[in-house]
Design a protein around this ligand. Structure first.
Ligand code: HGY
Ligand code: MN
Ligand code: MN
Ligand code: MN
Length: 409
């Protein structure tokens, strides 16, 4: 059945704007997982779920679920949508938040228009998708999918030395439910593309059929501090120069294949202008949609680190932070996205998610796919992140159609 409904634009946009203002400091949006800013965002989203008449349930890792069910369909596996509201540092307002606010709006619209769903419909808000404060990323959905224990996740120590479980209890979102308590019939996530493809093609909808594999590691290079002026170059054990060579290697390797590589964090010790660094610590984020290539490039990096240890006379150690294999989404749901776009006379193309997503974890437990809308100039993880209102609304209406169709299965 196709419905001729459209979301309540005004309510949807005001929620999205309000969430974008929640937890902002000095006009910067940094809503790190289980921080006070995250609590403020969670409180707002829970209030909107309740206003929409949803039953709100929270699990032990702080995942929040707004559930709409009726006497007939109660207890059946729900069609689930959702995303995350935690952000990176100095973030945009759409990454994750868009899918959560749209999910609440879609259920609100269906309910208030008397739609009778043969399945419960739920919207999820997953804890710590970004992984900036506590690794790994997509943590809440990984625990939900059963591939990371709640206790292990709750014991995670953050980059600021805090313990995730203690912070979760402090902000009042350590819930009673066991993660995975609600096994979904299917999962569909609406998200901004965060890349340049749809915007450059002026294409409003992306039907996401797969997602890159992700490898995160922390590399520590130990050299010897020495005087910047008196130490001949050949006698140095320069951790800084060794790091620079590794960073160039990783980026050149990605450039020569269709991988992407990022060194997002770096620190030198003692970090003084006239002291040869004794230590360099930095992160490598390496991604590729093909598992064989990703594995090969991880091995090439490991070999290069051994070469640098000898040539630069330093010691190198690595710590694995995250490793997720590429994901193929459910073909039937990808087709539903394409059909829904067609029904709305919206051009649509299939694509790969370059970013990690909660959907990649939900794909481990139920048929899953994603819908993308354009990011202007492909900018994301940046306050300049922007998606025009017509695209935001179109994406939400396509989400609504896909949910209605999934509810009939
Ligand atoms: O890193 C990622 O792609 C995800 O947003 N955490
Ligand atoms: Mn996201
Ligand atoms: Mn993100
Ligand atoms: Mn993501």
């Amino acid at each position: 059945m196709s419905i001729k409904l459209s979301i309540n634009e005004e309510r949807f946009l005001s929620h999205l704007k309000k969430l974008g203002q929640t937890g902002r400091e000095a006009d910067k949006l940094t809503r790190l997982a289980v921080s006070d800013a995250d609590k403020a965002g969670r409180d707002a989203v829970v209030a909107w779920m309740k206003e929409a008449g949803l039953e709100v349930k929270i699990d032990r890792i702080g995942n929040i679920f707004g559930i709409w069910s009726n006497h007939e369909n109660e207890g059946q596996a729900p069609v689930m949508t959702g995303s995350h509201i935690d952000t990176v540092i100095n973030a945009g307002i759409y990454d994750g938040c868009y899918g959560v606010v749209a999910g609440i709006e879609v259920i609100n619209t269906l309910r208030s228009n008397g739609f009778v769903s043969s399945r419960p419909i739920a919207v999820g808000v997953f804890t710590n998708e970004e992984g900036v404060r506590y690794a790994p990323d997509m943590m809440g959905s990984l625990v939900y999918a059963g591939d990371l224990s709640s206790d292990e996740a709750l014991a995670t120590v953050g980059t600021d030395g805090t313990v995730l479980g203690e912070e979760l209890k402090r902000i009042g979102y350590y819930g009673p439910e066991e993660p995975g308590f609600l096994k979904p019939h299917s999962f569909i996530e609406l998200h901004i593309e965060q890349g340049p493809i749809l915007d450059s093609m002026k294409m409003p909808i992306g039907a996401v059929e797969n997602l890159q594999g992700i490898s995160w590691q922390r590399i520590t290079i130990e050299g010897v501090a020495n005087h910047a002026g008196t130490t001949p170059m050949a006698m140095r054990k320069d951790a800084g120069h060794a790091a620079a060579k590794v960073i160039s290697f990783v980026c050149d390797m990605a450039n020569s294949s269709n991988s992407v590589a990022t060194v997002g964090c770096i620190a030198f010790e003692p970090n003084a202008i006239n002291v040869i660094p004794s230590k360099a610590t930095f992160t490598v984020d390496l991604r590729n949609p093909n598992e064989e290539i990703l594995k090969k490039e991880e091995a090439a990096l490991a070999d290069y680190l051994k070469e640098i240890e000898i040539s630069k006379n330093v010691n190198i150690s690595t710590e694995r932070l995250v490793r997720f294999e590429p994901v193929i989404f459910d073909e039937n749901i990808v087709r539903l996205v394409e059909d829904a776009a067609r029904q709305h006379n919206l051009q649509c193309r299939r694509m790969t998610s370059g970013a990690g997503q909660d959907a990649q974890m939900m794909a481990r437990i139920c048929p899953t796919a994603m819908i993308f809308v354009p990011s202007v100039n492909g900018i994301s993880h940046n306050p300049k992140e922007f998606t025009p209102v017509p695209d935001l609304v179109a994406g939400a209406n396509v989400l609504m159609d896909v949910i209605v169709k999934l509810a009939e299965f």
